[in-house]
Write a protein that binds this ligand. Structure first.
Ligand SMILES: C[S@@+](CC[C@H](N)C(=O)[O-])C[C@H]1O[C@@H](n2cnc3c(N)ncnc32)[C@H](O)[C@@H]1O
Length: 196
């Protein structure tokens, strides 16, 4: 996939559980979702009693503006997926239509939670590499499809600073995937591994 910008596009709770191998024990921890954008993880997990705070620069926007961005991004994602469908692993979704419908459903769930104000303090407008939290307030930080994914948009130094900040605020950090948008291993991986 090739994208000019880091786009708001959100996954479901089930996808987060699978990506991060989340157990019932993990879901009892104080969780930070960094770069969660319009993902449904926060809304769904909180509805199950989990303590989750999501951070993303788009939370400075009202729900209507986020919705507009999602509508603008959808055809770009869809055409990228249809361009080379054989480069995707079709295990979770039947086809491109199934993937798009599932993701739109997840983003609708986020938008309802966000617009309804149910989240309260659960959605914080901020961005890496500076998070507005004291050290060690989270047990588990999750970052999906931001670091490594956008290796062309974010430098090695930006990756190092971002991961150092995540390690400052959280006892454990899980990043997924380690691949770039092009599906290749990120060139920034060694710089991040050196930090650990
Ligand atoms: C492709 S979306 C992924 C959303 C979600 N994590 C998921 O997997 O469903 C990438 C998100 O990263 C956010 N983002 C971009 N730069 C960021 C930064 N420096 N710190 C935190 N989030 C950022 C974007 O606003 C966008 O919502």
């Amino acid at each position: 996939m090739q994208l000019d910008d880091i786009v708001p596009w959100g996954r479901s709770f089930d996808e987060y559980v699978a990506m991060f191998d989340l157990t019932a024990d993990d879901l009892g921890k104080r969780i930070l979702g960094c770069g969660d954008g319009p993902a449904a993880f926060n809304a769904h997990a909180r509805a199950r009693g989990a303590r989750v705070i999501s951070v993303d620069p788009i939370y400075a926007w009202p729900a209507g503006r986020i919705h507009e961005r999602i509508r603008a991004v959808r055809p770009i994602i869809e055409s990228e997926l249809r361009r080379e469908p054989e480069r995707c692993l079709w295990e979770r979704f039947r086809d491109v239509d199934d993937l798009i419908e599932t993701r739109l459903g997840a983003m609708d769930r986020f938008l309802a939670d966000y617009a309804g104000g149910h989240g309260g303090q659960a959605y914080v407008a901020a961005q890496l590499p500076q998070l507005p939290f004291p050290g060690g307030v989270f047990d588990l930080a999750l970052v999906s499809h931001l670091l490594f994914t956008y290796s062309k948009h974010l430098s090695a130094d930006a990756h190092r600073k971002a991961v150092a900040e995540l390690m400052r605020v959280s006892g454990e950090v899980r990043l997924f995937p380690l691949l770039t948008l092009a599906g290749t291993e990120s060139e920034h991986l060694p710089a991040v591994i050196d930090l650990c």
